[in-house]
Design a protein around this ligand. Sequence first.
Ligand code: HEM
Length: 401
Amino acid sequence: MDAFNPLDPQLAIDPYSAYANLRNEEPVHMSALGAYVLTRYEDVATLLSDTETFQHQYVTQQKLRAGPDVEKQPYFDYFRRMIFVSDDPAHRRLRLLVSKAFTIKRVQALRAPAEQIARALMEEKAKARHMDFIHEFTLPFPLRVIGTILGIPEEDHETIGTHATALNPVLEFLPMAPDVLARANSAVELLAEYFTDLAAKRRAEPTDDLFSALVHATEDGDTLSDEELIANAILLYVAGHETTAGGTGLALHSLHKNPEQWRLLKENPERIPAAIEEVLRYDTPGQGTARVATKETEFSGVHIPEGSILLGYIGAANRDPEVFPEPNRLNLERDFKKLPRPLTFGGGAHMCIGRLLAMQEFEVALSLLCTEYPQLEVDEAALEFRPTPLMRGLEHLPVHW
Ligand code: HEM
């Protein structure tokens, strides 16, 4: 079959038929990028959970993507210290320290502020009764929520959010255009300066928020170094808005395309918490992730040499018919108690640390739409997908009510 190109812009609009072809014909496929593409649930789950055989090896991956000089880029110096690309033993240590600060209690305490933020964003458009749901709701909502949990003063949310958004392209497989790269480098330096100042304040005077908790987190006398603290605060800001914003837009899009399911939620809003798993399985914001094979191995009978790059397509795994019956159907009554967990939030040691926060944000947003804006409609003709196949989402989603 033709080599699958992970950078094909068509994938940003509809990746699912290409995944289905691959899964049927060649579930372990050497792609046009020179990396293996995995599309079966079982294979992607193994890639995520076997951290001895499959590692991030961030330096190797970035050199392949951006050339040998990538280490000179300012963004690289921060990103290589982030928990989501680190390997053991560094990962285990970072995960312990970050988990100490990112507690369930802290997430639960954010529910009422999150509801207020969501309501205020919709009310800003009370007179106009229309908005671009992406730019006026799904992006500012998680940015304000993550700003609030980190304890960023409200007047800084917008500036910090703009810098964090400029870092989104770093998370893609796509090579960055020079202007995008320059914006990302400048944003990372501005964010680092901001968090360095804030760390000094929180060190002198601790406050009850996630950033202050990170500043003071200790495990057996160990703490985050200054560089790790700054890099991982930046990561929480980036990881904390990009996927949630993408997912909220995709959720509304999926419900719009499946009006009987949308009606089911509006008539039974108590079903929202249970329905979120399916909404995110059906159309997943984080479509894939990459690892490097640390030794020779095999997937579904295909030999994988040591040093190979493997792309695990979470979006494809979540639609594997061997695991999820009728995978291309949005079925909000799907009973996940009897099924393996979708890989939306990853699996194994790197499983998303913000899962509960993200689920809470979806619950808040969907509950508000179902109960207070049941007449809201999507203007289908003007919607537009983002050009980024890995971080899937919409660029514009006009709605009116
Ligand atoms: C719908 C929303 C979200 C999705 C789909 C998502 C997805 C994921 C996935 C797939 C991974 C694992 C990646 C891998 O193994 O290569 C991950 C890790 C991570 N996520 Fe999320 N995420 C979401 C929201 C959030 C939020 C709200 C935060 C923080 C505020 C967050 C912070 C993180 C961090 C720090 C990691 C790295 C954990 C580690 O490596 O130990 N995510 N996420």
